[in-house]
Structure formats: C-alpha cells, structure tokens
Ligand binder design. Structure first.
Ligand code: NDP
Ligand code: 8X3
Length: 253
C-alpha cells in the first residue's frame, strides 16, 4: 500500500483523484482542504464504495504556513509514511487586465498556488525522503505554458509551478523522489465558478459548445503516472480537451 496526500481534495480534480485511487485498492488516502463538510461527505462516499479503504481527512488552508507544518507534524504515526504528494490545491480569481485587477485576488492566487504549494512540499519532504517509492505530482496548467488575455496573475502562478516542478526534480533527485507536472487545459470543475466568484451562469459559458475534460480524466492520467515502474518518471504532461488547441484557440460548435 502506498500512502498518498492530496491537497484540495474537497472538489474537482482532487476529489476525482481520491475516487480513482481509492478504486484501485493499492493506496491509503490522506485528504485535506478547507471545507470540512465536503471532506466528510467524500470520506463517507469512499468508505461506502470501498469499505476496506484506509482514509484520513483533515482541514487545511495551505496559505497558513504555521498550520501546514503543524498539520503534518500532528498526523497520527500510522499516517506519517507518506509516499506520494499530489499538490492540487489551487484557484483562479478574476479575469481582468492588470490595470483593473484586484490586489486581494492576486494575493489569494499567489498565496495559494505558489506559496501554499511550497509550504506543503517543504513540510512533507522529510517524510517522502523516508519512502522507497516517493512521488510528487504538481498540478500546473496550460496557463503555466502560455499566457492568455486577462490571465496575467493566474498564468504567472502556474508559470511559477512550472519552474518549481523543474526545480523540485533537481532538488529531489538525490533522494530518488519522482516529480511530475500535470498541466491540463479546460477541466469542468468548480474552477470557473471560483474564478467568477459564484457566478454559475458565467462559469458555464466557459465550456459552451465543447466537451471539456473531467476531473476523472485528469485523475486517471495521474493514476497512470503513479503506476510507472520505479525507473520511469513522466516529467511533464499537457492534457487538453480535443476541442482545445492551446490556451486561446477553441473549437466551439
Ligand atoms: P476546484 O475549484 O474544483 O478545486 C480546487 C480545490 O482546491 C478545492 O478542493 C479547494 O478546496 C482547494 N483549495 C483552494 N484553496 C485552498 C486553500 N487555500 N487551502 C487548501 N485547499 C484549497 O478546481 P480544480 O479541481 O479544477 O482545481 C484543482 C487544481 O487544478 C488547481 O491547482 C487548478 O489551478 C488546477 N487546474 C485546473 C484546471 C481547470 O480547468 N479546472 C486546468 C488546469 C489546472 P476548499 O475550497 O475546500 O479549500
Ligand atoms: C485552468 C485552465 O485555461 O483557465 O488552469 O488556464 S485555464
């Protein structure tokens, strides 16, 4: 059994990873996010579907560095043997040119997508170093490979994830820890609803006239990446809906 910690497990890609990995019967799941009730619901659903699953949930805001280190420190002994970290927690806020952007939105994105990812990685790294089969999976984005209109700060955070992914691969090399970046295009989750601050109608229009990726599509890809033999690492994957050519060119029917 490999123990996997998924950040941002209460929704979207993180929750889908929990479901797909639970179905495989070879993973123990450590799930965290800010919304406790969502984590409880997910845990109940998983235990209902897979009664033998070992799953432990805890509330964590990755932006709070004291909480991040304390949460990892306080894990029960049986849950400290982490083999896999999926750095998934992240968000976009707003879609405006820089001159009109909100400083609070910028702080939230930078604090979550960049600093939060770094805090969790540093807190978990000593535990990963004890594993013989360790792997870090970072959720980047097409927004980490290209810049699209009004994407400015979100794109900058995902470019930072791209750089950190490469840096981690160098830093973790002596410990045999694999590092993989998963960079999706459009995935229909709560992402756009969060970006547009609860405006469900506007969020839906993002996916009008095309079939977007689902959280499950990304989770199944992560499952494949994790299942490669010990000597094989997939460094970087860009995954798009068939109807999306790049960050801006989309074929809508
Ligand atoms: P969702 O909004 O559905 O899920 C985001 C998750 O991140 C939630 O579980 C949320 O949980 C968690 N989260 C947000 N802020 C924090 C925080 N401060 N501390 C802890 N957890 C947090 O979006 P996705 O599933 O789509 O997003 C997952 C990742 O995938 C993100 O990094 C996103 O940038 C990336 N991505 C998404 C794409 C898409 O099109 N959907 C495309 C490319 C990349 P809670 O609110 O309970 O804390
Ligand atoms: C999320 C996908 O296209 O909004 O990272 O950047 S996109």
């Amino acid at each position: 059994m490999r123990t996997v910690l998924i950040t941002g497990a209460s929704s979207g890609i993180g929750a889908a990873c929990a479901k797909v990995l639970a179905s495989e019967g070879i993973y123990r799941l450590l799930l965290c996010a800010r919304r406790e009730e969502r984590l409880e619901e997910l845990k109940n659903e998983l235990l209902n579907d897979y009664p033998n699953l070992e799953v432990y949930t805890f509330v964590l805001d990755v932006r709070n560095r004291e909480d991040v280190f304390a949460a990892i420190e306080k894990l029960p002994t049986a849950w400290r043997n982490i083999d896999i970290l999926i750095n998934n927690a992240g968000l976009s806020q707003g879609l405006d040119p820089i001159q009109d952007g909100s400083l609070d939105d910028w702080d939230r994105m930078i604090d979550t997508n960049v600093k939060g990812l770094l805090y969790v990685t540093k807190a978990v790294a000593p535990l990963l170093k004890q594993s013989v089969n360790a792997h870090i999976v970072n959720l980047g984005s097409i927004a980490g490979k290209e810049v699209y209109p009004n994407g400015n700060v979100y794109c900058a955070t995902k470019h930072a994830v791209d750089a950190l992914n490469k840096a981690m691969r160098i830093d973790m090399l002596p410990f045999g820890i694999k590092v993989t970046a998963i960079n999706p295009g459009m995935v229909e989750t709560e992402f756009s609803e969060v970006r547009f601050k609860g405006d469900k109608e506007r969020a839906k229009t993002v996916y009008d006239g095309l079939t977007p990726l689902s959280g499950k599509d990304i989770a199944e890809t992560i499952s494949f990446v994790l299942s490669r033999p010990a000597h094989v690492n997939i460094n970087d994957l860009l995954i798009m809906p068939t109807a999306q050519a790049n960050g801006t060119v989309v074929n809508r029917k």
